[in-house]
Design a protein around this ligand. Structure first.
Ligand SMILES: [Zn+2]
Length: 391
């Protein structure tokens, strides 16, 4: 199998999400982690391509080799380490990130069983992709024995903004040990404020105004990430809501609104408002009213009011996040704006209520994970046209 490993990504015919394959017990092999599964995938790939010299570039999380006791065969982690040292396997902190980075840049096909839902905003090319991903599947022969593995196209499908947000949130909570055995968030912990007993530690201090962390659960106790001490309870956390500005289908900015606040969104609303002109080419910005939309957060629910000259459209998400048809937001008065709903302020300029259920720290977790909010996408050098003055 070693002769099929490429020494660089650009020399490989296929990328392999190695942790995903090595941990896939459904493929055969013994124990929670087995290199035998990679061997089965290599054979399947030779069968699929008809090329005995087909090359793969495996990418692994550091945690794959970190958990070497999970390999039934102690020789396997040793071999894997040797491959990492020789550059035949790339070892990185976050393999998903790296796999998608290379696949997105080069169009190389990927062998994996993962749908990469949390990465759909950063990598919109994943949506509806039916050609770039192959999933190994075990096929049992008529005779008893290991069976064979086939590579079948993996349809990535479309995920709605709500589904993507929920998955991001669950992943962030899981990292901190904040999901119970039924993968339900520990709301008692998440919905409260905490402080570290270390006098100078402000990692969890909501009054600091800066970035704060989610508590890390250790043996059922919320603890400080830095000091390891048990955190002290500091009362219930006030609610917040998050809006995303989506320009031509790409998330250009996120805004966190506090409980009890009223905020005006528009081209350039002034004061504490949210100005969108910086995200848009001038002729696009000109289609927004200066003060376009009022947004109020009250007891965790968000209400919106159309203040614009030319109107705002809304489409509502059902419980499963599927979007209905665009409708005019009735002028005058406040209307509910629930997670997953979308507001269109001008063609291609959309505000989305994030599907996030938990506090603002989670949006920081997303942002800090490799800057998932892409920069504004309008091209520089756009022809400047005079902005149409609007009231
Ligand atoms: Zn601390």
């Amino acid at each position: 199998m070693e002769k099929n490993l490429a020494s660089a990504a650009d020399r490989a015919d296929y990328l392999v999400d190695l942790s995903n394959i090595v941990r896939d017990t459904a493929l055969g092999g013994i124990g929670p982690r087995s290199l035998r599964r990679l061997d089965l995938v290599v054979r399947a790939l030779i069968t699929l391509t008809g090329d005995p010299g087909v090359t793969l570039y495996p990418i692994a999380d550091r945690s794959l080799l970190g958990g070497q006791h999970e390999f039934a065969d102690p020789a396997e982690p040793v071999l894997l380490r040797r491959w990492v040292d020789r550059g035949l396997v790339e070892e990185v902190g976050d393999a998903d990130e790296r796999v998608l980075e290379i696949a997105g840049m080069t169009g190389t096909r990927v062998i994996t069983g993962d749908h990469y839902v949390p990465y759909r905003e950063e990598h919109p090319w994943l949506q509806g992709n039916t050609w770039q991903f192959l999933k190994p599947e075990r096929r049992h022969g008529r005779l008893p024995g290991p069976g064979t593995v086939l590579l079948v196209p993996l349809d990535m499908g479309h995920r709605t903004a709500v589904e993507i947000s929920r998955k991001l949130e669950l992943d962030a909570l899981k990292k901190q040990g904040l999901l119970d055995s039924r993968r339900t968030p520990l709301t008692d912990v998440v919905r409260r404020s905490w402080t570290c007993p270390e006098p100078r530690c402000s990692l969890y201090d909501t009054r600091s105004g800066g970035r704060i962390l989610l508590p890390r659960m250790r043996r059922g106790v919320p603890t400080c990430e830095l000091h390891g001490s048990a955190l002290l309870e500091a009362g219930p956390r006030t609610g917040t809501a998050q809006l995303k500005a989506v320009i031509d289908g790409v998330c250009a900015a996120r805004y966190t609104l506090d409980e009890g606040s009223r905020t005006v969104v528009g081209r350039n609303p002034g004061g504490e408002g949210i100005p969108l002109h910086g995200l848009l080419a001038p002729e696009r910005a000109g289609r927004l009213s200066r003060r376009h939309l009022g947004v109020t957060v009250r007891q965790g629910s968000v209400r919106v009011e159309d203040l614009s000259s030319y109107g705002t459209r809304i489409r509502r998400a059902d419980r499963r996040g599927r979007l209905g048809l665009w409708q005019q937001l009735p002028p005058g008065g406040e209307h509910g704006f629930r997670p997953g709903d979308e507001l269109e302020l001008a063609p291609g300029v959309v505000l989305v209520r994030s599907g996030r259920l938990f506090p603002a720290e989670l949006s920081d977790v997303w942002r800090s994970e490799a800057g998932r909010t892409p920069p504004p996408t309008y091209a520089s050098g756009v022809t400047r046209v005079p902005t149409v003055p609007k009231p």
